[in-house]
Design a protein around this ligand. Structure first.
Ligand code: ZN
Length: 157
């Protein structure tokens, strides 16, 4: 997941989300430093609504994700995953990757948005052909379609 603050473009895998609007009210304070957040853009990421914001003090870039009824769902830290991308240039083509390569190419924050740490561990172990806890992989697999809905990436381990 990447965000271009100059163009207000959100990238999720190979999908480019233009802002629906950049006129958004106050969405609260930074959970890291407590200072005010400056909202940057609103994106419809079906079935979710997403608002990109930047902390006015520590400059952290984040994406607040809400469900279709605007109930708060998750917050994703965009600071670590964002590099400025050219408007017409796609980031790494995840479609060409699979298995462990695909998992490793997905930003950790994106995985953590949907999966628990133990589920992530089980997915990586399975992909590497190592021992894993079946129950955690089973739970993770039930979430693959949700992960694909949010991030446009279908995990195949
Ligand atoms: Zn902050």
């Amino acid at each position: 997941m990447e965000y271009n603050p100059e163009e207000n473009i959100l990238w999720i895998a190979n999908d480019r989300y233009k802002p629906e609007t950049c006129e958004i009210g106050d969405i609260g304070n930074c959970i890291r430093c407590g200072n005010e957040l400056e909202t940057l853009s609103f994106h419809e990421v079906t079935p979710f609504n997403a608002i990109a914001a930047r902390c006015t003090s520590c400059n952290r870039l984040l994406l607040s994700i809400y469900d279709s009824d605007w109930s708060w769902y998750k917050e994703v830290d965009l600071s670590r995953t964002t590099k400025v991308v050219d408007q017409d240039q796609k980031p790494t083509d995840l479609d060409e990757l699979s298995g462990l390569q695909l998992l490793e190419a997905i930003p950790e924050n994106a995985l953590k948005t949907i999966f628990s740490p133990r589920e992530v561990e089980a997915m990586f172990s399975r992909a590497r052909g190592e021992k894993y806890v079946r129950q955690y992989l089973y739970n993770a697999r039930k979430k693959y379609s949700r992960f694909a809905d949010v991030f446009g990436i279908l995990i195949d381990v």
